[in-house]
Design a protein around this ligand. Sequence first.
Ligand code: HEM
Length: 455
Amino acid sequence: MNIASVRRPIVPPTPPRAPDDMSFLGRLAAIRQNVIATWGQRAYEEDVIKGRFFFRNSFILNRPDAIRHILLSNYENYTRTPAGFRMLRPVVGNGLLTSEGRSWTFQRRTLAPAFTPKATADLVPHMTAVLDETIAKLDARTGESLDLREIMQRMTLEIAGRTMFSFGMDRHGATLRNFVMEYGERLARPYFLDMLLPLSWPSPKDFERARFRTRWTEFVAMLIAERRAAGKKDGAPPRDLFDLMDEARDPVTGKGFSDAELVDEVATMILAGHETTAIALFWALYLLALDPETQEEVASETRDVHLDNMADINRQKFTRAVIDETMRLYPSAFLIARAAREKDNAAGLEIGKGDVILIAPWLLHRHEKLWDQPNAFIPKRFMSAEAPDRFAYLPFGAGPRVCIGAPFAQAESVLALARLIGAFRVELVDTEPVIPLGVVTTQPERSPMFRITRR
Ligand code: HEM
């Protein structure tokens, strides 16, 4: 079936494809500016692209069977790259995202009950409270030019803070945002030596990152102390993620988290969760502003629905398809990189010890062989009976290290998009194309101005 047989779908902007003969130095410079712009047409057509990067083999993998092997069947053979650890550890320490081996198994097992769809359902009231406030504030600004990217960042940070600690981020939100921006702008981009040096040798930027880490962990510990001082709500179900994480015990050993471990887990959940979700919501609003007919379909689905509980969120099938399609075209995590601990054979592909594997949701989700009209915005493709291959659609990764916050992020983004589009008609004031940049996440190169009107 032609999934877009009714009307011509929109094709949103992307960076131009890189020339296939891009020099090594050109590629290196471009990696710091926009990784997506370093990929040429071949990367969207071929199954595997083998190259060399800093004396190691590298493979861009677009084959679902080989990806399945790396992320699932033999996942223990693959670790993050030294550059990946360097970028992440200063902000998330040895929390779930960056831990390995037995430490990771303990953390994942202990945290899992706090992130099930059922546990997420108990957090929905925090999300709806923030949405009510955001909509009330936006109501006072209809007709103005609005930076919806910044508004989404503030909103998801507020949701992250409230679901974590029950208190609003009005006092600490600005400091938290400053930390996130400082790190993103100065320390989260890989420099030449970050990619070249083994982890045991600090790179020049690592010293600056270590100083950042000291200030950042003190700040998170202060938030935790404030939350502890507020006490628990006895008898009632746990009122926030912090309670759940503080009370969590490993089902095998009965062990819980130490204070230092809790700092890393709290930092991980706030940082891994809020910017990724803000980016997804920004792109969804951008796409719906480019495609008013689809926007109207989202709005009509929300009519006469309260949208204040998980059952209502789960009924928003079309809005969910819009979110799924947004994360196909603009996956917040555009690249999942791994290094092989030992040599391996991944579905017929010979991989050597130390080789780098690049699994790029950005490429995979736009691959010519895997998708019909790969660059077009067609939410209904996610409503057809035929689900995409599990290893061809990876906005949240896959296998044992799949995003633990996926049910949370999906509930939050469907709820937020449905409530916002149900309340307002969204248009772009600034009609210049917005190009995505692959730097840490898939960010817009600039924040376009939007205008909203009450429905
Ligand atoms: C749209 C929003 C989100 C996107 C696109 C996203 C994407 C991802 C991806 C692709 C991974 C796998 C990385 C890899 O395999 O290297 C991941 C892992 C992870 N995510 Fe998310 N994420 C989102 C929201 C969240 C939220 C809301 C939380 C927490 C509240 C969260 C916490 C984590 C953690 C802790 C991991 C590491 C899991 C592990 O290694 O066991 N994420 N995420």
